[in-house]
Design a protein around this ligand. Structure first.
Ligand code: ISE
Length: 338
């Protein structure tokens, strides 16, 4: 923290999300400044740091965290690099906002939970930004109020316009559907007990992914959840959810913004990608993290939520590979996350 109470942030990873968070912290968020940026690619770190006065580029995350101006860490590097960065930040007792996934596997997430427990208080917020989306918050408030009765089914659709070249079929589960895993747990207040993944018998083209896929969750409260994951639908970015309750249904994500009637047609726009669709949610998420960190607190999705999603991902990957209904194995929840 600097002398004026501004939180100095080290951003780890200057790829698409990292660079977007640098811009956000610099231009949108109040009470924080980017003090350091680290990326294995020195040029990329320098490019991200260049526009921010007083910001130092690094190639080593630990060196960026050791910068005297740094009082908090935002991790936006690829998932496999998260554990080392999280452990380094917790070792220094720094507040962390870590992009999803917390870690790619549940064993690593448990090591992070143990490190956070050694700090004696919550230090980690996981970047499940959907919890900051206004429509999804409205849906949660409606469910919590109980007016529609108990939820029985939840139908989710998650469509991306196109796939990055490095995307694998496993990433459909642990990079994309991981968002629905958190969304389901948060909206329903229930754990996911089992996962089934149904996929088309063959890809559209040789060498292509088998997509779209249908992921089915069963919760410990008896709710059936379907997730259509369509990673290259071609027409834009959509995240929709419709809950079916005892006394009614409710649905979000149709993007009913501006509707235009013209030349015998009506319609509106579709966001091109998640950075555009969830821009406000990302802004609100980072502001909430900064506000809490400045008071020595942590809010939002916890490391436990990150672990629970990692455990569901593991079951999801097994289900995807075997075609079988796969139970989720969840450790006991430590008191810190009660
Ligand atoms: C990406 O990593 C995200 O986090 C997006 O929210 C998700 O829609 C996309 O499928 C993922 O690849």
């Amino acid at each position: 923290m600097t002398q004026h109470g501004t939180l100095g942030v080290a951003v780890i990873g200057a790829g698409r999300m990292g660079a977007d968070h640098v811009r956000r912290l610099h231009e949108v968020t109040s009470g924080a400044r980017v003090a350091a940026v680290a990326d294995v690619d020195a040029e990329r770190a320098k490019a991200a740091a260049d526009g921010v006065e007083g910001c130092q580029p690094y190639t080593d995350p630990a060196a960026a965290m050791a910068c005297p101006e740094v009082g908090a860490v935002l991790i936006a590097s690829p998932g496999p690099a998260h554990e080392a960065a999280l452990l380094a930040a917790l070792e220094r007792d720094l507040p962390v906002l870590c992009e999803k996934p917390l870690t790619p596997d549940a064993a690593a997430a448990l090591r992070v939970l143990r490190a956070e427990q050694r700090c004696g208080r919550r230090r980690v917020q996981v970047g499940f930004m959907r919890r900051y989306d206004a429509e999804l918050q409205e849906l949660k408030a409606l469910l919590d109020a109980g007016e529609l009765g108990r939820p029985q089914m939840l139908h989710c659709r998650h469509r991306n316009a196109s796939l990055p070249a490095f995307f694998t079929e496993q990433m459909l589960i642990n990079d994309s559907v991981v968002h629905e895993m958190d969304q389901v747990r948060w909206l329903l207040g229930q754990e996911i007990a089992a996962v089934t993944v149904l996929r088309p018998p063959r890809p559209y083209a040789p060498g292509a992914l088998r997509d779209p896929q249908l992921v089915v969750f069963e919760t410990d409260g008896g709710v059936l959840v379907t997730v259509e994951i369509h990673p290259a639908c071609g027409f834009g970015y959509q995240v929709q959810a419709e809950v079916v309750c005892e006394r009614g249904t409710a649905r979000v994500g149709d993007a009913h913004g501006l509707l235009v009637n013209r030349a015998g047609r009506w319609g509106g726009g579709i966001a091109p990608d998640y950075v555009a669709r969830f821009a406000t949610a990302y802004d609100r998420q980072v502001q909430a993290w900064v506000d809490a960190a400045r008071c020595g607190e942590a809010v939002g999705p916890s490391a436990w939520d990150g672990y629970a999603a990692a455990a569901v991902c593991e079951a999801g990957l097994r289900a995807q590979a075997t075609g079988e209904r796969t139970p989720v194995e969840l450790a006991e929840r430590p008191a810190l996350y009660g």
